[in-house]
Design a binder for this molecule. Sequence first.
Ligand code: FAD
Length: 584
Amino acid sequence: MALPEEFTPEERKVLEPFFTNMDKPVFCLINLPEVVKGAVFSRYSRSAKSLRRTLLDDFIQDKKMGFSEIVGNPTGGASGLGGAVRKAEAFYDRVLVGYGDDSVAELAGAHVGIEGVSNVVTKILEDARLTSPLEKSTRYVWFDQKENGEYLFYKEPAIMGSKFAPDTLRLMNGLFDAYARLRGPMTRFVEEKFPLEEFGFRDPETGRDVRFKDCSDEARKKQIETAYKSTVKAQTCDVLRGLLPAATKTNMGLFADGRSFESLLTKLYSSDLAEARELAASLHEELKKVIPSFVKRAGPSKYLSETRAAVRELVSTPSPVSSPPLGERNEYSASETANKNSSPPEGGRGQGEGGSKVVLDYYNTDAETEVLSAILYAVSREPFDALRRKISGMLAPERARILKTYFGSRVNRRDKPGRALENAYYRFDILADYGIYRDLQRHRMLTQERQALGVCHGYETPPEIVEAGFEKEFQGCMDQAAELFRRVEPDYPVEAQYLVPLAYRIRWYMYMNLRELYHFVELRSAKQGHSAYRKVAQEMYREVKKVHPALVEPMKFVDLNSYALGRSDAELRAESKKARLLDV
Ligand SMILES: Cc1cc2nc3c(=O)[nH]c(=O)nc-3n(C[C@H](O)[C@H](O)[C@H](O)COP(=O)(O)OP(=O)(O)OC[C@H]3O[C@@H](n4cnc5c(N)ncnc54)[C@H](O)[C@@H]3O)c2cc1C
């Protein structure tokens, strides 16, 4: 690697605050506003200078650049915004003249906090695949807090301005009241069903199963007790979250680069949902303070909103070639208790257990040959077709030897098999509750689309609700929501989604390659996952195993077991890690 350039002591003094080191060929940029980091980086493509020299000559010492004003007062925080933003924007525009290529907008990013956003719009935000979101989880946090005496849900302006407002408020408060009311009794039900004394944990240090009553070490007992409490809480949250309406407000953080934010803003501005358009304006205003030039072109896209409306029109107007109009088909009777596996099978290949359904709708039948050819491609000089012919002529033991060699010995799920697996494709048509959809939608290395949230596919009733004797109350809440949804939807087809509790099923497809399937299934079938999305991941594995057994045989870290209180070991691991860190 290149030896770093020599700088005079004066030059070093000026530059040192902005680099993690001054004497190595590899360094990080620090203490600089995003806009300057992006601008300096963009010079790499047009300059022979080192980055440190570029920052010094072309930015710091070039008075025209106004470097000291911008760096002295990055975004000026809440108070000094105006001047600095304008300078930063002009600064960037000056630097970017002649670049034109959008990718420069990937050279800087922002961390954005978005609070009080509904569980309808979070899914638009998290649909953006080149962003890194993190959301307050309905699995570990209670959602029955009140502010000024009111539960935290989004009041959709069109519905609240309509005759449905009183019923909507009654439904929302009813759902939150039920959630809050069942919190105590459901927690006690879980504790009685899985008493601490008897409950077994996997000891993170010894790997052996330990039970509270057999543990003599007071410190460990304390850890087990704390882990037990958070495990019971997570289980109770998992069971009750189905009562929360999609309008429930939550908080999330989003880190992304300028280019991703620009496309996200354009999508939000072009949304049918007032909440999304409102959020676009406030998000835009804040991003302009940090990465002004990168989000300059963001705005409503007629193309996006018009094509979406035109496609939606397709399903509601009879087509000129007189085929029956597309539309809703009631898959399930209104209330469906999980594990009552009596639902009519939906044809097609593969059927999930319990309420959720996973259908392997499409896969490339020659996937094994494609993957094997790709394995050899990277280590040969022959064209793909020649390798495909070679593989097609091979006997099964030779094909198995190549696969075994390629997968090697995986020690844990982070030993990720290579890109050859990206030559096999699977499309899963999934029907599961909105709560589960929200969790699984977070995966980005795939193509997915959802249908609008509604009540036509029925809802999931967690078995614990039935066992604990709360089925009637749960069903009452679900039926009330469905009744109002059906009245509101004809007038407000998009906004009516806010009324739907997370327990109602939604249909979506996930189209992924085999490499993502390995990541997805091994992560989402893990013990600490929500029991319902573990089933979806397990079903996806079983469906692919039926058609390509050799390709998923090495998926050693899929967990096909079912567990009581699945989060227990993860919670105890977290407690003992915390204890160790505190000891240091
Ligand atoms: C048990 C559990 C608890 C969770 N709790 C929460 C929670 O409380 N709140 C919350 O918001 N989320 C939570 N998540 C979701 C999690 O944070 C991820 O968003 C989700 O698992 C999908 O992301 P991924 O990176 O695993 O997979 P994918 O997005 O499918 O990515 C697959 C692989 O591609 C790579 N990749 C993809 N995108 C990027 C990128 N932008 N940068 C770098 N590498 C990338 C990664 O190597 C990744 O392993 C939880 C997940 C699990 C399994």
